[in-house]
Write a protein of this length. Structure first.
Length: 260
């Protein structure tokens, strides 16, 4: 069976470097076929990710990123059938994602994640999620609901990653070595220190654009040299295998995000 992966992604070509690194690192390690969906806000009413501020489709007001609530839409996008994995775009995969895909669900759980409030990498049982999550139209339109859901599930509904498999290592955490075998995904979750920004910001400036975070954060150097080196090397390796920035650029962009 093909592994279905949904990736939360900005819609104005902001994170092309991260897209290249994430897809390449997924495909570099996988032992099974992948079906990747880049979840982006869309102006197309036929799209599941349609938004027309201020009142139609997905209401983005209050979102921390341009894709914050999308993770909770993944089961509905799959017709509440089978399994699906959600990932943030700012991740580097270090092992075979099939290991997570085939993790067994405990009785009563509908999602496997880092813990009961951290869902940046999530494996959904989509059928079970239909009963656990609010209706999709409510998820799309209720202000603040996406964030409240992180602490709204009953005991046993959220299952933690299998022992010894950290599929959401937040900026290196406690690990002195970023190549520790427990680390399955490195997540550059602190936006101001994301190593891709040193490439994305000058590229966007040259194109007359700006990063979605530009009005909220000032870029800083990542505190972990090994994570900077990892991203740089993976970006270069991705390009050598034809996973270039140009591969991810789209002419159709969304425009201004309404997150205020």
């Amino acid at each position: 069976m093909t592994i279905r992966i949904f990736i939360g992604t900005p819609a104005n070509n902001e994170d092309l470097e991260s897209q290249a690194v994430l897809e390449y690192s997924l495909r570099k390690h996988t032992s099974e076929a992948l079906d990747i969906t880049w979840m982006k806000l869309s102006k197309d009413p036929a799209s599941f990710w349609y938004a027309a501020p201020p009142a139609q489709g997905w209401l983005t007001r209050g979102w921390a990123t341009p894709f914050s609530a999308f993770r909770w839409g993944v089961p509905a996008a799959c017709g509440f059938e089978g399994r699906a994995i959600y990932l943030d775009v700012d991740m580097i995969v270090m092992d075979d994602i099939a290991k997570l895909w085939h993790a067994p669900f405990a009785s009563g759980s509908f999602v496997i994640a880092k813990d009961e409030s951290t869902f940046c990498c999530s494996l959904f049982d989509c059928e079970r999620a239909k009963k656990a999550l609010p209706p999709i139209e409510r998820i799309k339109r209720e202000y603040g609901l996406y964030a409240h859901l992180r602490r709204a599930f009953r005991t046993g509904q959220v299952q933690r990653f299998p022992f010894g498999q950290n599929w959401n290592c937040l900026d290196g955490e406690r690990y002195p070595n970023i190549h520790d075998p427990e680390i399955k995904i490195v997540h550059c979750t602190n936006i101001p220190t994301q190593p891709q920004l040193k490439y994305a910001l000058p590229r966007l400036a040259a194109e007359g654009g700006k990063h979605w975070s530009a009005t909220k954060f000032q870029p800083q150097k990542h505190p972990r040299k090994d994570i900077i080196e990892l991203f740089d090397s993976m970006l270069e390796e991705a390009a050598q295998h034809d996973y270039t920035v140009a591969r991810y650029r789209t002419d159709e962009t969304f425009g201004e995000y309404h997150r205020g």
